[in-house]
Write a protein that binds this ligand. Structure first.
Ligand code: DC
Length: 233
């Protein structure tokens, strides 16, 4: 039986950590679609093609040495056979990922891969357009949100853990800019769909965030959870 939990929300709203832990608890696949857009951005930056024409970008993606696969229940991204992890979260990728992911040619490429991975799977999929565009028939849609100040605090903590110095004002401004592009773009903007369960994570712990969604999945499947529910594929 397929089951898609579609989680959407702005940057640093708690989606990734929640989705990863929720997927583990349910035994579902975790699909971080932001990582796909980040991988495409990284690829284009490496070719100095982040602002190239659509034709050029399409050509790069068609002959793309990027591979997306599911390994041990989570997305693995490889470029020329090399696994990408920290590279996807560099300040340079952060800066370019929103304008790159606005482009039709990039969205088409990523959405196709997401639907291939999600076909007939048990999946926790997070992004900006999952409940609205990628999986509009998802069994459960969640919209996660949080105060800007709290999101900036989380982002700074994340950067600090990687030894990257950051300035609060700059981090906030970066989030506001990304929010604006992600929500204001013509194609697949970030929106809260009517049938989404809204989770405001401002004052919630990670455990609480996972738990509230987990309980909803259990309610909708009518089964008790644990690893036994899973087997994404
Ligand atoms: O979730 P994230 O911060 O890693 O996402 C990075 C960027 O990718 C985000 O600013 C917009 C884009 N994105 C998107 O356009 N659609 C998605 N489904 C996921 C991410």
């Amino acid at each position: 039986m397929k089951f898609v939990v579609a989680i959407d929300g702005p940057a640093s709203s708690g989606k990734s950590t929640t989705a990863r832990l929720l997927a583990r608890k349910l035994g579902f696949i975790h699909l971080d679609t932001g990582a796909m857009y980040r991988a495409v951005t990284y690829l284009l930056l490496g070719k100095q093609a982040e602002e190239a024409t659509d034709d050029k970008v399409a050509g790069i993606l068609e002959s793309s040495p990027l591979e997306f696969s599911i390994i041990e229940g989570a997305l693995s991204v490889r470029l020329d056979g090399k696994q990408l992890t920290d590279e996807l979260r560099s300040p340079e990728v952060d800066r370019w990922v929103s304008p790159v992911s606005e482009r039709r040619v990039v969205r088409k490429f990523c959405v196709k891969k997401q639907r291939e991975i999600g076909k007939d799977a048990k999946l926790v999929c997070e992004g900006r357009d999952i409940g609205s565009v990628v999986f509009p028939d998802a069994e459960l849609k969640v919209f996660m949100k949080s105060d800007l100040a709290e999101r900036a605090r989380r982002r700074q903590k994340e950067l600090e853990a990687k030894g990257i110095d950051s300035d609060e004002v700059e981090v906030k401004a970066g989030l506001v800019t990304r929010d604006k592009i992600d929500s204001g773009r013509e194609l697949s903007p970030l929106i809260q769909v009517d049938d989404a369960m809204v989770v405001d994570t401002t004052d919630m712990s990670i455990e609480e965030q996972v738990d509230v969604i987990y309980k909803e999945v259990v309610k909708r499947t009518g089964k008790s959870g644990g690893r036994g529910m899973g087997g994404g594929r």
